[in-house]
Design a binder for this molecule. Sequence first.
Ligand SMILES: Cc1cc2nc3c(=O)[nH]c(=O)nc-3n(C[C@H](O)[C@H](O)[C@H](O)COP(=O)(O)OP(=O)(O)OC[C@H]3O[C@@H](n4cnc5c(N)ncnc54)[C@H](O)[C@@H]3O)c2cc1C
Length: 221
Amino acid sequence: MADYDLAIIGGGLNGVSLARDAAGRGLRVILFEQGDLGGAASSATPRLIHGDLSVLERRGFWRVRRALAERRIWLAIAPHLVRPMRFVIPAHSEERPPWLLRAGLYVYDGLTNRGGLPPSVTLDITHHPVGNALKRPFGMAFEYSDCVVDDSRLVVLTALEATERGAAIRTGARCVRADRTDTWRLAVVDRGHRRAITARALANATGGWTPMVADTVLRQP
Ligand SMILES: Cc1cc2nc3c(=O)[nH]c(=O)nc-3n(C[C@H](O)[C@H](O)[C@H](O)COP(=O)(O)OP(=O)(O)OC[C@H]3O[C@@H](n4cnc5c(N)ncnc54)[C@H](O)[C@@H]3O)c2cc1C
């Protein structure tokens, strides 16, 4: 019998989320992160929990709606981590017309239950504090709600929840080889010590390293 049901390589947001989810379903999970949790792309994000307003321009209504539903869930389950924030888009004649911005935000507001976030509003920024920070003279702007999060804390707290559900999380542990036979056999340099474990399934959640790990670490028949 394999030591674990699932071994995960990579402790970014994708790896730890997978660990949390799989451990919550009762699987025996181990995750190896070569450096620190969230130390790569997952701590260099826009830090937004948002529906991605720009997707509306490409008519991605369902995608935005799903993302806004996720935003509402995050606000409900992690109010200590996810903070509402107001954003301002100044209107300018050489850019998107004001009616388009207004209509887009109207749709953005309406695509989901906002979970208590205030709706978008039109601002006259000629004499508004928002206008003081802008170089060009803007007359009108639109203010709307989204959320921000500390991305590194999100990764670490997700990993913590994964461990509470029984996952083993190893930092400073680099997977150097993974051979697939009837199970996966992993060789890991774990804080200077080489160790071997077996797992029924393997997830390569190494973000930007994914192709390199697939080429140089994974060995499949
Ligand atoms: C709050 C937040 C907001 C975001 N917003 C956006 C957005 O608006 N738009 C967008 O496009 N994306 C967004 N993202 C996604 C983000 O930009 C990254 O794409 C994502 O965080 C990548 O996560 P990852 O786990 O795949 O990779 P990474 O965070 O890079 O993690 C991969 C990990 O694998 C480890 N690793 C590599 N090789 C090995 C090995 N051999 N052994 C052990 N470990 C190894 C690395 O050390 C690294 O820590 C957001 C993410 C967050 C958290």
